[in-house]
Design a protein around this ligand. Sequence first.
Ligand code: FES
Length: 129
Amino acid sequence: MEAGSVPVFQWSVNLFKAVSMQKYQYHLFICMNKRSDDDSRGCCFSRGAEEILITFKKEIKKRGLKGKIRANRAGCLDACAFGPSVVIYPEGIWYTVKTREDALEVIEEHLVKGKTIERLLMSRPWARG
Ligand code: FES
C-alpha cells in the first residue's frame, strides 16, 4: 500500500456504506423544462413530459413502490433534442420516454424486472450510464 492511498479495506467499507445507505433502489429524474414556442431548442415539457411524470408517480404509488423508487421532476438535463428525457440512477441509464405506455414499460421492465429497454435508450453514447 502506498502512502496517501486509501487502504483497500477502507475503500471496501466506504463502498459498502455508499451502497447500503442509498435511500432509493431507483431514483428517476424527469425533465420538465419549459421553453417558449419560438425557442429552436424545444423542450421536454412541450413533448409531453408532464404526462410522463404523472404516470411515473401514479404507477409507483399504485404498485406500492413508494419509498423504494422515487420520481422527481428535473430542470433541463441538457439532452433537449432527445426528450422527453428521463435518467435513472444508480445506473445512470438515459431513456427517451415519449408516451404513457413507454413510462409503464420502464416501470415494468426496468424498475421491476431490472432489464434495460433497448428501444427506449436515448440515442446518445452515454445513455447506458
Ligand atoms: S429541455 Fe429536457 S433535456 Fe433540455
